[in-house]
Write a protein that binds this ligand. Structure first.
Ligand code: BGC
Length: 359
């Protein structure tokens, strides 16, 4: 079988080098890096953007590292058993490392056991497993972001806008923000934490809120549209704010509003008050919606930084090289990229930074 040449720990290797772990391939022999990647659902907008960024970065780094990088991406189609089988396949086919976007973040044990017995390191990403699971073996890592930060920043976007012009948001003038919430998957760390922190932040900034409705729409645009339709039927213009755990659901809310009362501009002309809508992610479509003011804002979930961090970490783990200085490996296991507020004022800059074509 292909797998690893056992590597003797070289005395004097310091810093963030992972070469002391006993599984790195000798650098001189490195001419290829084979990474098996399993995503929980290939139709998830954020995750698929992260994967395309990973592919572009891998192309760039093939030259820099002078090696062939193979990325095999498979879809677990929301089935944990399928994903467990995909891990078996990566092992059987001699992949150097696996990157796993868990279907069920509370059910990582089968993958961990398979990885450990075959000595194939795993980088989990985006769907964070519990710390005890990550600690079960020293060749397990996580790349993502701190969910609470995104909730806080989403709350700040609303509070900043209220500071600027409260009456344009508090349409009925009762001094309270009537809101509806569209949540991601139940049990996902980002849904739970974002939902809590956004409201805490708004209250901490001194604004009163009243929840009219709260529904799970599983990160999904069509489901969010359906839920927003129900909200609109029940509460209509009482809704002043739509808070959502991600951009796709924010755009689902926009879709519903457009069908009920036309575009934001048409609704304005007709005197129908559109609520403010805020997302999280800064996906390509999300950023466009901030540019067109359909969304008041979003919070950038740095898919580019996460993808780059993941590839750098994979390389470092497999070949025992040091991580670039700007990448911090917390507790020798975690890479977490910071979130960033995005509003109409800085959206073009963010698009530029994310190396998208500015429209
Ligand atoms: C993103 C969502 C995505 C989810 C998938 C979250 O971090 O914000 O857009 O659907 O991850 O796990």
């Amino acid at each position: 079988m292909k797998r690893m040449t056992v590597y003797l720990i070289i005395a004097g290797v310091t810093g963030l080098s992972l070469s002391g772990c006993g599984f790195s391939r000798e650098r001189e022999q490195a001419s290829s890096l084979k990474i098996g990647i399993s995503v929980y659902d290939q139709y998830d907008t954020f995750v698929s953007e992260e994967i395309s960024r990973l592919k572009s970065y891998a192309q760039e780094m093939e030259q820099e590292w002078d090696m062939t990088i193979t990325l095999e991406v498979v879809d677990a189609s929301q089935n944990q058993l399928t994903q467990n089988d995909q891990m078996d396949d990566f092992i059987k086919r001699g992949f150097d490392i696996a990157c796993i976007n868990l279907v069920d973040r509370t059910d990582a044990s089968t993958i961990i056991e398979k990885a450990r017995s075959a000595d194939v390191p795993v980088i989990f990403f985006n769907r964070e497993l519990v710390e005890e699971d990550l600690e079960r073996w020293d060749k397990l890592y996580y790349v993502g972001a701190d969910a609470f930060e995104s909730g806080i920043l989403q709350g700040e976007i609303l509070a900043d806008a209220c500071e600027e012009d409260f009456s344009s948001i508090d349409k009925n003038g009762d001094g309270i923000l009537q809101y509806v919430m569209l949540e991601g998957e139940a049990g996902h760390q980002d849904s739970i934490v974002r939902t809590l922190y956004v409201i805490d932040t708004i209250k901490e900034r001194g604004y009163r809120v009243e929840k009219l409705g709260d529904e799970i729409a599983n990160w999904n645009r069509a489901q969010a549209e359906a839920k927003m339709n129900q909200f609109w039927k029940s509460f209509g213009e009482q809704i002043e704010v739509v808070l959502t755990n991600n951009d796709d659901m924010a755009l689902g809310a926009v879709d519903a509003l457009k069908k009920s009362c036309g575009t934001r501009a048409e609704a304005r002309t007709a005197g129908t008050p559109w609520p403010v809508i805020i997302g999280i992610d800064g996906t390509e479509v999300g950023l466009e919606a901030v540019q067109s003011k359909e969304l008041l804002g979003t919070v950038l979930n740095d898919s580019k930084g996460q993808a780059e961090g993941m590839l750098e970490l994979a390389h470092s783990v497999v070949f025992g090289t040091e991580l670039p200085e700007e990448i911090e490996l917390l507790d020798n296991r975690y890479i977490r990229l910071p979130y960033q507020k995005v509003t109409y004022e800085n959206v073009n800059q963010i698009i530029w930074d994310m190396q998208m074509v500015t429209k």
